[in-house]
Design a protein around this ligand. Sequence first.
Ligand code: SF4
Length: 620
Amino acid sequence: MIHSIQRKLLRVDLTERSIQRSVIDDEDVTIFLGGRVLGDIYLYRELLPSIDPLSPENQLIFGTGPLTGTSAPGSSRYIVHAKSPQTGLYMNSLAGGYFGPELRKAGFDMVIIQGKAEKPVYLSISNDNAELKDAGPIWGMDTQDTQQFIKSDLQDDKVRIACIGPAGENLVCYAAIISERRAAGRGGGGGVMGSKNLKAIAVRGTNKVQIADPEAFKNVVKRAYKDIAANEAVAKGFPLYGTLMAMPTLNDGGITPWRNWQNGGSDKAVNLYAQTWRDEYVKKDVRCSPPCNLKCSKLVLSREGPHAGVLTEGPDYETEYSFGASCNVTDQAAVIEADALCDKLGLDTISTGLTIAFAMECYEKGIITSNDTDGEEILFGRSELLPKLIHKIAYRRNFGALLSLGSKRMSEKLGKGSEAFAMHAKGMELGGYDPRGAKSLALIYACGSRGGCHKSGGAANGQSLRELSTGTDRFLNQGKAAITQSFRDSRMIADSAILCAFPYGSLSPETILSMLNAATGFHWSKEDLQIIAERGNQIERAFNVREGLRRAWDTLPDRILNEGVKTGSTAGQTVDLDVLIDDFYELSGWDLKTGIPKLDTLKKLGLHMIAKDMEMCIKE
Ligand code: SF4
């Protein structure tokens, strides 16, 4: 049958320099859908527990979904799975742009990279052909020059490239994978690529993604675009301000953390609002690739002053939060430059900004001094420090070697009470939404499978806005687990289809289901999709349990649990995590005492092999 899942897998063993093609099992596609959940089960099956994330035994799994490369809105995305060098746990990271669709047009649904090349290489895929090429001349180059070089090396301007910069080569645990100017940022996938001596993957595909029922698909896609247009907040707000659309609401609601999470919101935040700087900096509204009319991304240019000539795509809300609010920097041009540098050097903007903010607080408290910081005064608000520190991190030079560890490992090295304000969960720096102002968010960070990411267990921006609309109920700890559970499950399907969360939020479950069934010719029901989402949750959880995770790991920094927010509309709030977690475990089918998935939950989902593994973990 012709349909949008080609089931083709490319496996590249860098140690052996071997390239093999195989077929993804039909049953796997039916019960794990694609994208995130399909990658989850592959990662679980292929990796042995306890491997070093930076060793040849780790894998990078580049995956697409049944809708990638089609005309579905927001479908130009790919996902990468690995064991994270940042958390030592499960990792996935998604990015928009042309790379994912190109991989599908080349005929592959998934590419697995294993082993380690003797010397730097890049993988070139052109339709069904794949070969490893010498990356010696580009090792050391930034991500933008790398992409240019490969295009000219292959004499093909249309080739799409996912690559690393110096940060990935230097094994920074929060290095990103960059395609065009878009990052698969969270969790350190860039470091895993660097550890394999893999500089880039270049893809060129000239085939069309097949659709099982083109007429039905065309009609449902039309309906989807209509639904998005009817959601006024999204249809008008995203094209103008992107993810920064909600920043004024979040800041006023005390959800945007300032000064390394000491304060909830700031009256200086207006400088960071896209509503303030759009006219001055935005050169062009841009989108990932054609199937999306929201154009949420902003090509920005600093036209004058010390940052004149800096051009980048962004910054989004998370970057304004990390380099702006967290570091107490209100110079928008400095935030733009920090964003541009992270993209070029291949760093995750959230972890980079939060680690710098953590260092600023350590300096303020005298835990580090100028003897540790190459003579610099690392003070909150000093925007001119950002480019220097970002460079040092990417090259792990001098003080940058300490910063490159991230806030968790830094705090373990420094001690002196700094652990209390290292703002991470399981080693990943937190996204820009303070759970003290919207209690359900605590579960996203504390129980999310990839650590303290705002997307880890759901969609923190939508969830924050929904909590804010409940008035003072947002401060209640009780009754919040169901909100996180529903956002988490919905996100799991979006990440598996794969669809961008922004247009996805305007689509009904029926529309999404009809798109998937028309594209694939399968007959999934809404219940089937719910079961697939639950399978994903349990596989990711089991992966982490196999690595040693138990209930005590599902926690948050002491600042959130015991130190009230100092200023703003959330002043005095803390989080009672135990109450929240009990409810969430109950709904998730996890044992209250240990946090291990219950065996009958796993068996009901058909995850018998994982149930056996969990039985062993229970006995340990
Ligand atoms: S909403 Fe933005 S990130 Fe999402 S698909 Fe559209 S342009 Fe890309």
